[in-house]
Design a binder for this molecule. Structure first.
Ligand SMILES: Nc1ncnc2c1ncn2[C@@H]1O[C@H](COP(=O)(O)OP(=O)(O)OP(=O)(O)O)[C@@H](O)[C@H]1O
Ligand SMILES: [Mg+2]
Length: 329
């Protein structure tokens, strides 16, 4: 069987940080075992509360971080190999949350695009001006504006330039880390429409990190719900959004998306704060906040269980927990 476009396996990323006392270090468990595959032209959404490890996942895929364990393959080749780095960077590009911060303030819009065309795509000089014009046209920036510096554009236009720069080397995968959260509502809608258009026209695959579940529904085939560095649910977007299995996904998704308010009220709200990733809870990391927690939940990390098309990491769905007379607390 041919390998998928992107394969993430057993990805773990721990950071060592200074503790409260001198000479004491703590370990931040930012990612602890993420697996998924992404096929060409498909998109996966990644959601979870702040601090759940979404950006760390994106940076590991981009090989900006080397993981503590696990691997990421693009077309079957590890992204952490030194050889073939340029080809990887050309093929996997990222758009950041803050377009102003991600564009070089001293580079004109045109120069921001010429750089990847030169260094990553190795495009001959005579072809570059036409390529820049075509890219700006594609993302909706006027040709008369291409000599301007980033601060002379609005936030929405800056994000269009950042997207144009990311697609300039013709990548197959675009990682989008909250690409619209720094923009106001009308600009968000425009950037989402642009992302939909680019996916159709260029056949891109997206890894889309967002807090906006309606964007996930519009753009993503699969959805990964993360909690404190671990996966809790992974499956087809509509299945997860319309009938989340995991109590965490139910709380995260249910309160926003279940159209019927009487059913929405049945979903217990998310209570309490996300615990510190330097001391993650034992067993299922969600158990201290879970209304259905059983004894086993504090003792063992749940294995993935398939519930129809959806993988769910929850003891409520594991046979051993159902067979034992384990009862909710
Ligand atoms: N370079 C780093 N050094 C130490 N800790 C880090 C580093 N990067 C991230 N972390 C920690 O790892 C955890 C996960 O962070 P991450 O930024 O991946 O979360 P996130 O899901 O992207 O959150 P948000 O929704 O706020 O962007 C957090 O507790 C964060 O403080
Ligand atoms: Mg983040």
């Amino acid at each position: 069987m041919s390998s998928p476009l992107l394969r993430v396996r057993g990805l773990v990323k721990h950071f060592s940080v200074k503790g409260d006392l001198p000479l004491v270090t703590k370990t931040v468990h930012a990612l602890d075992g993420i697996d998924f595959d992404l096929n060409p032209h498909e998109s996966i959404g990644v959601v979870g509360e702040s601090g759940s490890g979404k950006t760390t996942l994106a940076r590991c895929i981009m090989s900006l971080y080397r993981p503590t364990a696990g691997d990421v393959h693009v077309h079957g080749r590890s992204v952490y190999r030194r050889r073939g780095k340029r080809a990887l960077l050309k093929n996997v590009q990222m758009v950041f949350q803050d377009p102003g911060g991600s564009l070089n303030p001293r580079f004109s819009a045109e120069r921001s695009l010429l750089e990847p065309l030169l260094h990553l795509a190795r495009m001959p000089r005579r072809e570059r001006p036409a390529a820049v014009r075509a890219l700006f046209e594609l993302v909706g920036i006027r040709p008369s504006d291409i000599r301007k510096l980033p601060h002379q554009f609005s936030g929405g236009q800056q994000q269009r330039i950042a997207i144009a720069r990311a697609i300039a080397p013709q990548p197959e995968i675009l990682i989008l880390d909250e690409p619209t959260s720094a923009l106001d509502l009308s600009l968000q809608a425009q950037v989402i429409a642009l992302l939909m258009q680019l996916r159709e026209e260029l056949g891109l695959a997206y890894v889309l990190i967002t807090h906006d579940l309606s964007v996930v529904r519009q753009l993503c085939d699969q959805l990964l719900v993360m909690y404190l560095g671990r996966p809790v649910e992974l499956g087809p977007t509509a299945d997860v959004l319309d009938g989340p299995n995991h109590p965490y996904s139910q709380a995260l998704i249910g309160s926003v998306l279940i159209p019927d308010p009487t059913k929405r009220d049945l979903v217990p709200p998310l209570v309490g704060e996300i615990p510190s990733p330097t001391a993650p809870p034992s067993g299922c990391r969600f158990h201290p906040r879970c209304q259905h927690a059983m004894t086993i939940c504090a003792q063992e990390a749940p294995e993935a269980r398939r519930v129809e098309q959806v993988q769910t990491w929850c003891h409520l769905y594991s046979r051993s927990a159902q067979e034992s007379r384990d009862v909710p607390k």
